[in-house]
Every structure is written in structure tokens, then in C-alpha cells.
Write a protein that binds this ligand. Structure first.
Ligand code: SF4
Length: 334
């Protein structure tokens, strides 16, 4: 793989996998096949998980009609406290303590969340004496169909496979996701049996070819996954999965423009097929997210004049990059 076309960081590889998933999920289905029985809509997110486990790429398969109803609750994600309220809010006015299931934390936190929900216009509230009554704006829709986790390991050598094997065994055991996959760079050879043995048999394997750019054909299935059996109790699992789906809904996968430095004069977004990937002119490589921070020794803020002169369209290249990524993130959620 050439240095310019290839990826110098797992971060860039991850962006390519996310973009491919956006274009072509689910794998193995002809893109745009009208006879496909697969979910027709999905949301892609990156770096989501629980406090114990974070996945590189998450694909949330959704029911399109139910997803449309989700829009009534705004563009931003709903955290677990807000979800507790909107999923249980009654159709008729009722005191919130009678309407909602008793939480396993103090009621005062529920009251705070009721106020937050009202501020976001996702819950009706009114006062009845010194009681707060609530009523739902709409039933919270059943929009999540399946949750799929992908681990990205461009270079799957023996030690990477062993480490990944332990993590994936945990995922398989917990069953929070419906499927887990490993995405790795295609080498032109079959994935070595020894590497396969290090991974749980339930994990699917995707091999990718991004050298010539990202498109819908950039990945193929080398090993099909097994649908996982949940071990959590159903209510707990549903709640955790919805929290993850909500985070995916609110964040998408392009939020890196908030943590990297598109305001650095060396920052570029380079087209790579149907993906845009950050490129650092100063370092001459696809920089990682951790590299591209205020602490970077090569960081050089774009001159204020770039922002004031409306360069090249409006607000300098940094602002233009941010705007482009934010626009695309919005379109993910449309
Ligand atoms: S010089 Fe540093 S901060 Fe600037 S784009 Fe490159 S990696 Fe990012």
C-alpha cells in the first residue's frame, strides 16, 4: 500500500470503515437491491460503548418509519435519564412520581430530568399545586432494530488477534450487540487460520481494500458472524442498547472535527474515493486524532485574516472543514 493512498493511523482506517458502512451496509447485500429483506436504513457511529467496552464502529439498523417518529424528540441524543422519562411518560396528565417507574436512584434526579426534558420540548409539564404533572408529546418510537459492533484492525497480526479475541469474547458473552465483526485490510491471501483461531467463531470478518479509495465495493465478507444470544435481562439490555443507539443518533461518526484541529493551517480534508480523510500537510501523513491536538508541536493556527476574508468561501479553511463535516453529519441524521 502506498504511503499517500494508505493509512498511517488506525484512526484514518476507522473513518474509511465508517464511510464504507454508511455506503454499503449490510455486507453481502447488493447495494440498492429492491428485493433485499435487510433493514433499509442505518446509522453509523464511532467510538461508542459502555464504561467497560468501547467499539470502534457501530452500525445501528433502524426501522425507517419509526426513525421518522424519533425526529419529534429533536436532533440531540437522549441520555439514560431522559430516556427513562420519555419511554414511560403517560398519554394523560399525571404526577411524575405516579406515572414513572420507581428509579433505583433518588427522585430528585428524576425531577431534574423532567425539567431538562421540558426545556427541550420533549415532554409536556404543568404544576398542580406543588406537584409537577407530566404528559408525553408522543410515544417514544421503537426505532432500533439491530446493533452491530465492528472492531477495526487494519493489520491483524497474531498479537492483535489475541488481544482482539479476548475483547470479542467479552462482547459475545454479553450479547449487547446483535453481531460483532472484525474489519481488517485485505492482503491478497486468506486470513490465516491461526488468526481465525484466536477470534471467537461468532465474530464475522470483513476484509477491506481502501488503497484506491472508499466505495461500496471496498469490503467483502471472509467469515459470517453468528447472531448473539443476550445474557442480560431483557429490560436492562433494551435500555443499554437504546442509550447506545441514541448516542449514535446524536453524534454520527464525523464528530472528530470537534476534537482535532481543523483550525491549524496544515489541516486538510482529502478526498479518498467517496470518503474525506484528514491529512496533515506539515507531517505529510494522515494524522491520528491524538496527534492532531493543541499540544502538537507543528500546530500553527490559521491566520485571523483567513477567517475575516472569507477564504476560500467563508471563514478560512478550518471553518470550511468544520462546516463540511457538520453538514455531512447532519445529513447522516436526516
Ligand atoms: S500540524 Fe499538528 S495540529 Fe496541525 S494538522 Fe498537522 S497534526 Fe494537526
Amino acid at each position: 500500500m502506498s504511503q499517500s493512498a494508505g493509512f498511517d493511523s488506525e484512526f484514518s482506517y476507522e473513518l474509511c470503515v465508517c464511510r464504507w458502512a454508511e455506503l454499503a451496509w449490510p455486507p453481502g447485500e447488493p447495494v440498492g437491491d429492491p428485493d433485499s429483506t435487510a433493514a433499509t436504513t442505518h446509522i453509523v457511529a464511532r467510538q461508542l460503548g459502555t464504561h467497560k467496552r468501547r467499539w470502534d464502529t457501530v452500525v445501528v439498523e433502524v426501522d425507517p418509519a419509526e426513525l421518522e417518529k424519533r425526529a419529534a424528540f429533536g436532533d440531540a441524543e437522549l441520555d439514560s435519564d431522559l430516556l427513562h422519562i420519555v419511554r414511560n411518560a403517560p398519554a394523560e396528565w399525571a404526577w411524575y412520581r405516579e406515572a414513572l417507574p420507581k428509579p433505583d436512584y433518588p427522585w430528585r434526579y428524576v425531577r431534574e430530568a423532567v425539567h431538562r426534558a421540558a426545556d427541550r420540548d420533549i415532554l409536556h409539564t404543568r404544576r398542580a399545586g406543588n406537584r409537577i404533572e407530566i404528559k408525553r408529546i408522543a410515544p417514544y418510537p421503537d426505532w432500533l432494530v439491530r446493533l452491530v459492533a465492528i472492531e477495526n484492525k487494519p493489520d491483524l497480526d497474531a498479537s492483535a488477534a489475541r488481544r482482539l479475541g479476548d475483547q470479542l469474547s467479552h462482547d459475545v458473552g454479553v450479547g449487547l450487540a446483535d453481531e460483532v465483526w472484525v474489519a481488517t485490510r485485505r492482503t491478497g491471501e486468506l486470513v490465516e487460520p491461526a488468526l481465525l483461531e484466536a477470534l471467537p467463531v461468532e465474530a464475522g470478518i470483513l476484509t477491506t481494500e481502501f488503497d484506491d479509495g472508499v466505495d461500496a465495493e471496498s469490503a467483502q465478507i471472509d467469515w459470517h458472524p453468528t447472531v448473539l444470544t443476550p445474557t442480560h435481562d431483557a429490560a436492562h439490555r433494551t435500555a443499554r442498547r437504546l442509550e447506545l443507539a441514541e448516542r449514535a443518533y446524536g453524534r454520527g461518526w464525523r464528530g472528530y472535527h470537534e476534537t482535532m484541529r481543523p483550525d491549524c493551517r496544515a489541516f486538510e480534508l482529502r478526498r479518498h474515493g467517496r470518503a474525506l480523510v484528514p491529512w496533515c500537510r506539515a507531517k505529510g501523513c494522515h494524522q491520528s486524532a491524538s496527534m492532531c491536538a493543541g499540544s502538537c508541536a507543528d500546530f500553527s493556527p490559521e491566520p485571523p485574516a483567513w477567517r475575516m476574508r472569507g477564504w476560500p468561501i467563508a471563514g478560512g479553511p478550518g471553518a470550511a472543514s468544520r462546516r463540511l463535516l457538520a453538514d455531512r453529519a447532519d445529513r447522516d441524521n436526516s
